[in-house]
Design a protein around this ligand. Structure first.
Ligand code: HEC
Length: 175
């Protein structure tokens, strides 16, 4: 009888330990959105790496983990979305709120990150194209392009009515 009790206690302790671990891993200390005065490629890099670890951000619902990419973004990718964006889903008017961010890790066939392409919503930054700040960075955070990048905006305009977002219909219920 005593053995059973001890076993039961051990199981309980393990369970508590594991759930506490999981909770800690998920916890992100969310910072206030960057303003149009603050925004810049390097500043944005620091935000989603050092200040808020992007690997703790959620994925697009239904687009979790490593996925097959399309041209020009490379073979494979993972796409993380900032909790501000995730919590706003579904977005009826299909406009991502200020502080919403999408971090796309572009990978080679070996699943190594080769570059980051990022979209960040910054109130008042670029009203002609829905206030997105666009950036491309190397795997180590070297900024290769940033700002109102014409190429990014033009191609993503195919889904202008979905706030330039291609992978996910913003008004869809995430379940
Ligand atoms: C020629 C078209 C094209 C250009 C140019 C382009 N993209 Fe994309 N982008 C796509 C497609 C298609 C997807 C869907 C994901 C995929 O298949 O890789 C996408 C997805 C994304 C995503 C994930 C969110 C979403 O919209 O679904 C981000 C972030 C992104 N692109 C950023 C950028 C940035 C930053 C640039 C410029 C440096 C850029 N893109 C240039 C076509 C393009």
């Amino acid at each position: 009888m005593r053995k059973v009790l001890i076993l039961f206690l051990v199981v309980c302790v393990c369970f508590l330990f594991l759930t506490a671990q999981r909770r800690r891993r998920k916890k992100i200390d969310i910072k206030p959105p960057l303003t149009k005065e603050e925004i810049g490629g390097e500043r944005l890099w620091r935000r989603f790496t050092e200040e808020e670890n992007y690997e703790k951000y959620p994925f697009w619902p239904g687009h979790e983990g490593i996925q097959q990419g399309q041209s020009p973004h490379g073979d494979l990718h993972t796409v993380y979305i900032h909790p501000i964006l995730f919590d706003a889903l579904p977005i009826k008017d299909k406009v991502v709120p200020d502080g919403g961010m999408i971090v796309k890790c572009n990978m080679n066939a070996e699943k190594e990150i080769v570059a980051f392409t990022v979209m960040a919503k910054v109130e008042g930054y670029n009203p002609e194209a829905n206030d997105w700040f666009w950036a491309k960075m190397s795997k180590d955070g070297e900024v290769e392009a940033e700002g109102k990048i014409k190429g990014c905006i033009e191609c993503h305009s195919i889904l202008k009515e979905n706030d330039y977002v291609i992978l996910y219909q913003l008004d869809k219920n995430p379940k």
